[in-house]
Design a protein around this ligand. Structure first.
Ligand SMILES: Cc1ncc(COP(=O)(O)O)c(C=O)c1O
Length: 304
């Protein structure tokens, strides 16, 4: 990965290589830590964070769900992210990774006395699933892993522990020659990708499963808003794997994945096996928003 100059740790800018933690850091052992993935784009008017408020609020919501009392407020965390990007003087698009975690001091599962710490890293990062993937589409495998069920996991929290499921699914998919995994819920309906929400298009209708067993995706919300604005009919309903196989188009959304077309699922060619027209329209509209080219949505950008 690209190193930057500084990482923000509990109020201080620390040199990248010195941003370290004790080996008995609680989160390292039990996985209760919450994080965000946020992007800043190099717009014509300079670097700007997309939906800083929504991402920071989700970080605090994740902490609430997992019974962590954050040591900084919403406003302080927003200011810290801006301060970090200013100090690092980035030249291209950036990914931000705020992390609220339980530090060193106690062991054992009952974490109420574990010290809460916050770190924010940021580095220059291009497209998550590849430039070619954004244009031509990626190959996806339906995972043998069931998405974390709501009866045992709290998927509205972007919590480190929830990502073992994602990590195993991703590993399996890549080992099998695909680029991304698509997970089903415990009833066999489409849940989400390992780090993305999922859409199909059938007969001109844009369909995305409800967020019952997925993160409440900020990118999915933005894409749905853009589709609504463009007059594209939308359905939020459960989707089965056979419906995916006969879809006209399919794509993933996520802060990292942005809007990534899917060209095949389990070796079934989706539509024409390339980025579909509606996917392309929504992808373009999304990039116009995040790069500040759509005046209606400029207020979603925090300029550095
Ligand atoms: C499991 C999972 N689902 C969906 C998403 C997409 O969410 P967002 O669009 O808010 O980045 C992510 C990425 O954050 C994720 O990790």
């Amino acid at each position: 990965m690209e190193k930057a100059k500084y990482i923000w740790m509990d109020g201080a800018l620390v040199e990248w290589d010195k941003a370290q933690t004790h080996i008995l850091t609680h989160t390292l052992h039990y996985g209760n830590g919450v994080f965000e993935g946020t992007r800043a784009y190099m717009t014509e008017d300079g670097l700007a964070i997309f939906k800083l408020r929504e991402h920071t609020q989700r970080l605090l919501n994740s902490a609430k769900i997992t019974r962590i009392k954050p040591n900084f407020s919403l406003q302080e965390l927003e200011n810290a992210q801006v301060e970090l990007l200013r100090a690092n003087d980035f030249k291209s698009n950036v990914y931000l990774r705020p992390l609220v975690y339980l530090g060193y001091g106690i062991m054992g599962l009952y974490h109420i006395k574990a010290p809460v710490q916050t770190a924010i890293a940021a580095w220059e990062w291009g497209s998550y699933l590849g430039e070619e993937g954004l244009e031509k589409g990626i190959r996806v495998k339906i995972s043998s892993f069931t998405r974390n069920p709501v009866s045992s996991t709290m998927g509205k929290a972007k919590a480190a522990a929830n990502y073992l499921n994602s990590q195993m699914a991703k590993y399996e998919a890549v080992e099998a020659g695909y680029e991304e995994a698509l997970l089903l819920d415990d009833e066999g309906f489409i849940a989400e990708g390992s780090g993305e929400c999922f859409f199909i298009v059938r007969n001109g209708v844009l369909i995305s499963p409800p967020n019952d067993t997925s993160l409440e995706s900020i990118t999915q919300g933005m894409v749905l808003e853009l589709a609504r604005e463009a007059g594209i009919p939308i359905e939020r309903r459960r989707v089965t794997r056979d419906e995916v196989y006969i879809a006209d188009e399919a794509f993933f959304t996520g802060t990292a994945a942005e809007v990534t077309p899917i060209r095949d699922v389990d070796n079934y060619v989706i539509g024409d096996g390339k980025r579909g027209p509606l996917t392309e329209q929504l992808q373009k509209a999304y990039f116009d928003v995040v790069y500040g080219r759509n005046p209606k949505y400029k207020h979603l950008l925090t300029y550095i």
